[in-house]
Design a protein around this ligand. Structure first.
Ligand code: HEC
Ligand code: HEC
Length: 455
């Protein structure tokens, strides 16, 4: 086997044989791949980073002359790592080279999919989800119901970095499960490091956005339409759909996944779109403290949380939160709104698309489900904490010709509403918002990264 990339590592120091240069400690790098081996006396941890997902042949030696095979590994989705690998004792030098022949991948070793299909199609819903108004808010189209096999394919696509041009970014890079499928960064870096123009959006309960439009300015007419856009976005993933088809069709395990989801192995844009949309629609959060409280009259809430709930509902004080963030799902009614963040708006929102002054600053009202996990907040990520958001609604709403009516007062006409909440009430409102957190969403295996990185 003839090495095409060669690295030598001696305990913490890496030397590239090809250039003779000293590389960074325990880390040698070529243009497109990196190898790190931390070798002890009898075992080592091995990490290969390789966007091209090639197979690597790892060898060790005590004298640079005689090389013994350690193992051959296949990189999946950019990374392979393992620890405690027994290595030939006394051999201080390791090198890795790309295996020339193509290495067949299979569902068994590339993906950690269970032998059964996870339940995506029939989630257990609280009774309030099966009656109006929530049941009517479901934006699932008749031609793309969520199925278990479709959700499974969508999950693999959602985490597959090959959907980006240089195989470095997946949907999950910017929609992270532990952050309510949002991004803790104000703006998200795309495949070449360029930043998105807006804050990433949490995806919980996107299924119940009744207007069915997506993005902060609602420019995507449907979820099926939305999910193909980041793939082709010049900042985010930089791909063409035809290149996506080619890559997916070349990967053996997708044959099986498409087959189960859609009845044949053919890879089409519509199938990619439908599967991704099914996965996103399956991300339903129903096990928050709030949900547990609905059937028991919120007797499970602390007095502080109940005070916050009453403020949110307008039963205590002047807040009008439910006018826009209504229903047990905290998704809005029929409107896109201006909540008075600034005047003029730097980012015009809907107005940026229509060019009409009366649409300036109109943005989608996001669901507040898991809002504790999805910081920072607003379309530009301007607020770092829920305390800042509450203070904004309390005292900071800015007058704007398009300010939505629930945030205005009659006198003087159109002036922004001031809530004048006490410190205790503000803390209570934050405590209530935190009852909307569903800890399961952040850890649930069926929504997690299915790729097997070898650890
Ligand atoms: C580089 C970061 C990035 C990547 C990659 C990315 N997104 Fe996003 N996503 C965003 C940002 C930022 C927004 C808001 C953009 C806007 O409104 O203009 C967004 C918005 C969305 C929305 C709209 C949510 C709503 O409530 O309206 C959905 C759905 C979504 N993304 C799904 C996906 C899927 C599926 C993928 C993979 C195919 C993906 N995203 C890849 C950053 C990213
Ligand atoms: C007039 C409608 C309206 C009212 C009333 C309203 N909101 Fe909002 N809310 C919005 C809009 C629109 C956004 C997104 C604005 C943007 O990013 O430009 C938003 C965003 C938020 C966010 C950030 C969500 C995220 O994911 O970034 C939180 C939290 C929030 N609102 C809480 C509240 C609370 C608490 C109240 C009551 C004190 C309230 N809202 C009242 C319309 C409203």
């Amino acid at each position: 086997m003839k090495p095409s990339h060669l690295f030598i590592l001696e305990s913490a120091v890496a030397v590239s044989l090809l250039t003779g240069e000293l590389a960074s400690p325990s880390f040698a790098q070529s243009a497109d791949a990196a190898l790190a081996i931390n070798a002890g006396t009898s075992s080592a941890s091995v990490k290969v980073t390789d966007a091209s997902n090639r197979a690597w042949f790892i060898q060790s030696s005590s004298n640079f002359v005689d090389w013994e095979e350690v193992e051959t590994i296949q990189v999946y989705n950019g990374i392979y790592q393992c620890s405690g690998k027994p290595l030939v004792s006394g051999n201080l030098f390791y090198r890795a080279s790309v295996v020339a022949s193509s290495f067949e991948s299979s569902v068994q070793n590339a993906l950690r999919l269970p032998g059964f299909l996870f339940n995506y199609a029939q989630p257990t819903l609280p009774p309030s989800f099966n009656v109006p108004p929530i049941v009517q808010q479901d934006n699932t189209p008749a031609n793309n119901p969520v199925t278990d096999a479709g959700g499974t394919l969508g999950r693999v696509l959602f985490y597959d970095k090959r959907l980006s041009f240089n195989k470095t970014i997946s949907c999950s890079s910017c929609h992270q499960q532990s952050h309510g499928f949002s991004d803790p960064r104000k703006f998200s870096p795309g495949f070449e490091g360029g930043l998105t123009a807006r804050n990433s959006m949490g995806l919980s309960n996107a299924r119940y956005y009744q207007r069915g439009h997506f993005f902060w300015d609602e420019r995507a007419a449907t979820l099926e339409d939305q999910v193909l856009q980041p793939i082709q976005n010049a900042v985010e993933m930089g791909m063409t759909l035809s290149e996506v088809r080619t890559r997916l069709a070349a990967e053996p395990y997708y044959t099986n996944l498409f087959n189960r989801a859609f009845g044949s192995s053919e890879v089409t844009d519509q199938r990619v779109s439908r599967a991704l949309a099914q996965f996103v629609r399956s991300i339903i959060s129903t096990r928050s403290k709030f949900d547990a409280g609905v059937p028991v009259g919120f007797s499970n809430f602390t007095p502080q949380e109940n005070l916050g709930r009453q403020i949110f509902n307008g039963q205590v004080g002047r807040a009008t939160c439910t006018a826009c963030h209504g229903t047990d799902n905290f998704v809005p009614g029929p409107n896109i709104n201006n909540n008075g963040l600034e005047n003029p708006y730097v980012d015009k929102g809907l107005g940026g698309i229509t060019g009409r002054p009366q649409d300036e600053g109109l943005f989608k009202v996001p669901s507040l489900r898991n809002v504790e996990l999805t910081a920072p907040y607003m379309h530009d990520g301007r607020f770092k904490t829920l305390e800042e958001v509450v203070e904004f609604y309390n005292s900071g709403v800015v007058a704007h010709p398009n300010l939505s009516p629930p945030l205005r007062v009659p006198n003087p006409p159109g002036a922004p509403l001031r809530l004048n909440l006490t410190a205790e009430q503000k803390a209570a409102l934050v405590a209530f918002l935190k009852t909307l957190t569903d800890p399961n969403i952040a850890t649930e295996p069926k929504f997690s990264d299915p790729f097997n990185y070898g650890n």
